[in-house]
Design a protein around this ligand. Structure first.
Ligand SMILES: [Zn+2]
Length: 344
């Protein structure tokens, strides 16, 4: 399948996805739940996402990697302007848990301290919950009994639809073990059950992200997560990227008993040159992560050629039919460079 067709699929699916909403609280202690299940933000609406937005003729907007719009005149599938209110919401926590669980990082969005394990854990827990919830929504969508939806999926995938569903079921199966482990850590308040690799930058970066990532390669280029056997688990890197006021933080976390994931973090920590480390972190966000938001302040001034290349990397990644994209230190993208900082 070519990338053009894949774009149409992604577009159709993002429309369909809105009809596959699941409302269910992710917190393990269901007896405490207090309805309603709110539209919770995977990233703080009034902190993080507010810093990224740009106002134009009275309308403020941001970009998100998976919301795209075809620019008819020259057939370019560009990033689409979206409102901060619609961005990154998911119905994954009840009113009580959304408020109670996250109050230490949510009441003052700028208070996030990367040396505080509880803060790092809660951000990671929320990023994980978002990816976990989305996977179930994806399965609901692909298994839809709605005549129109299943006809569209049949047209798009044909006989490959069965394999697609099987792939999502496998991904969900792979999520269940880490979900149980995280819930146990949460209930026991054992915030050191995850290892954190954190970075802080002294300015507001133009990107935000909350996602579970299963990278294909280490920084060294060695293969990672390439086993497709059912008995071997995938290794997750929970990724949270937060632009704050006058500073920014990146929190990468992995289970302290997951040696392969810890090796991934170690390799990043040991990258000798700052510039290369920043580029690899940018690559990690751009290529591996979902639920990524971008500031128009960063994207709009770039050249037309740069934008096309940026979006073609996104297309390449979104496709189920393209090979993995390897890190190259010449990557012309560094979200962390001072020259890219957001002026608030
Ligand atoms: Zn709840």
């Amino acid at each position: 399948m070519d990338i053009d067709l894949q774009k149409q699929i992604t577009d159709a699916l993002s429309l369909l996805a809105r009809n596959a909403t699941i409302k269910d609280c992710s917190h393990p202690n269901k007896s405490e739940c207090r309805l309603p299940i709110k539209g919770a933000h995977s990233l703080q609406k009034n902190g993080v996402l507010k810093y990224l937005e740009k106002a134009e003729k009275g309308n403020a907007y941001i970009y998100c990697h998976y919301e795209r719009k075809l620019r008819g005149a020259d057939n370019f599938y560009d990033l689409k302007k979206i409102g901060r209110g619609d961005a990154s919401t998911f119905f994954g926590f009840c009113d009580f848990h959304d408020t109670e669980l996250f109050k230490s990082i949510e009441n003052d969005p700028n208070s996030t301290d990367i040396n505080n394990d509880e803060h790092c854990f809660l951000h990671s827990y929320r990023s994980f919950s978002h990816s976990y919830h989305r996977k179930y929504e994806e399965l609901k969508l692909y298994n839809s009994k709605d005549a129109e939806v299943s006809k569209l999926l049949q047209n798009l995938y044909g006989p490959a639809l069965k394999d697609k569903i099987k792939g999502i079921e496998l991904a969900i199966h792979d999520f269940e073990k880490p979900k149980k482990k995280l819930d146990k850590l949460l209930l026991e308040k054992d915030y050191s059950g995850l290892d954190y690799l954190c970075f802080e930058f002294p300015h507001t970066i133009p990107v935000a992200c909350a996602s579970v990532v299963t990278p294909d390669e280490y920084y060294s280029g060695a293969k990672f997560n390439h086993s497709f056997s059912k008995v071997e688990d995938y290794s997750d890197i929970i990724t949270t990227v937060l632009p704050l006021q006058n500073r920014s933080v990146v929190i990468l976390s992995a289970f302290s008993d997951d040696e392969r994931a810890l090796k991934y973090l170690d390799e990043i920590e040991n990258i000798k040159y700052n510039l290369e480390q920043e580029k690899f972190l940018s690559f990690h966000i751009l290529v591996n992560s979902e639920n990524v938001f971008l500031s128009p302040q960063y994207y709009n001034p770039k050249s037309e050629d740069w934008k096309r290349r940026y979006c073609s990397i996104l297309d390449f990644n979104a496709s189920d039919f393209t090979p993995f994209f390897s890190f190259n230190k010449k990557l012309p993208i560094n979200y962390f460079d001072k020259s890219e900082k957001i002026i608030l």
